[in-house]
Design a binder for this molecule. Structure first.
Ligand SMILES: O=C(O)c1[nH]c(=O)[nH]c(=O)c1I
Length: 312
């Protein structure tokens, strides 16, 4: 079946790619993504300066394959590293490049966006408003006023289609308030839902210890356990953002969850925890599983069922 898609006006040979943060911090990581069967790739969220991030252990899968917890602390090579990567990227490769930016201040986001705009490259920007793991930095995604102000500055600078990475919301009024902000920006072409469910706590039963070191063990939750929150956020914004697209992320362990994300309204699907645990071979597996599901259900393209979840 045809699992290709178009996102922000850019053609993706298939709808799958990595969630920012996984398999994308260094050129070696990104090479693995380019060589994989993913339809696209996105870089690790960049800050203006290089960051080491939080002390390890800072990532851990949870027992029983239910998910993961992380408090990486925004480790990255600094935005110029990713700008250079974007300047040298082979855009004829059919696999579009996305760049994640997560400035620690609006001023930093402005400087990074201006640098990418000045370079005038075909890559697509995803501004991360939802990093839950920088101690002392509350995430922008939960501050609607600050997010609106940031977008009012950045959208005109970027001046072409771009996206934002959002935290999960859990209140219908918050979906409404967030959508009211996003609908003000015409070139805000997509929203990526969801980032990890912030500040969970995983404790080892035997040792009675927290699984990760930073922040007393508090970190973002990912994997199968967040699937249903992810589907709700994808569908809530699919319903509320006419003319914009949704990238679905959260809980994709097989073609089945990718199918559900598209049914909820996703135009593309990112994989985080399962990519971290299985490696880049996950893309060929999930792509085949999704194609087989579509064939079994009689769907030829993603448009045949995108957003068509039935209510009772
Ligand atoms: O701790 C991180 O680096 C991190 N971890 C996440 O789960 N989401 C994010 O957006 C980020 I920037």
């Amino acid at each position: 079946a045809d699992i290709s898609t178009t996102l922000a006006g850019v053609k993706l040979p298939n709808l799958l790619f990595n969630a920012s943060g996984v398999c994308c911090q260094t050129e070696a990581d990104l090479k693995l993504m380019v060589e994989s069967e993913s339809g696209s790739l996105i870089t690790k969220s960049a800050t203006y300066e290089q960051r080491d991030g939080n002390p390890s252990p800072r990532y851990n899968p949870l027992p029983g394959g239910i998910g993961s917890i992380n408090s990486m602390g925004l480790p990255n090579e600094g935005y110029e590293y990713y700008l250079n990567y974007a300047k040298n990227y082979d855009y004829s490769s059919k696999k579009p490049l996305f760049i994640s930016l997560s400035g620690l201040s609006l001023a930093d986001n402005v400087k990074m966006c201006e640098a990418f705009v000045a370079a005038d490259l075909p890559c697509v920007l995803e501004i991360n408003y939802s990093c839950p793991n920088v101690p002392g930095k509350p995430q922008m995604g939960y501050d609607f006023e600050a997010m609106e102000h940031s977008l009012s500055v950045l959208a005109p600078i970027i001046n072409k289609p771009f996206g934002i990475k959002l935290p999960p919301y859990f209140d219908i009024a918050h979906f409404d308030q967030a959508a009211a902000v996003f609908n003000k920006f015409d070139n805000l072409a997509f929203v990526t839902c969801i980032n990890s469910v912030g500040n969970g706590l995983a404790i080892d039963f035997e040792t009675e210890e927290a699984l990760i070191k930073p922040k007393d063990g508090f970190g973002g939750l990912g994997g199968l356990m967040i699937l249903n929150t992810a589907l709700a956020n994808v569908n809530a914004f699919h319903r509320r953002l006419p003319g914009k697209q949704i990238i679905g992320v959260g809980g994709v362990v097989s073609g089945k969850e990718a199918f559900l994300h598209v049914l909820a309204g996703a135009s593309a699907v990112q994989i985080g925890t399962t990519l971290k645990e299985e490696g880049p071979a996950v893309f060929a597996r999930v792509a085949k599983e999704l194609s087989d599901i579509m064939i079994a259900k009689g769907y030829k393209t993603l448009e045949d069922f995108r957003g068509k979840v039935k209510t009772l």
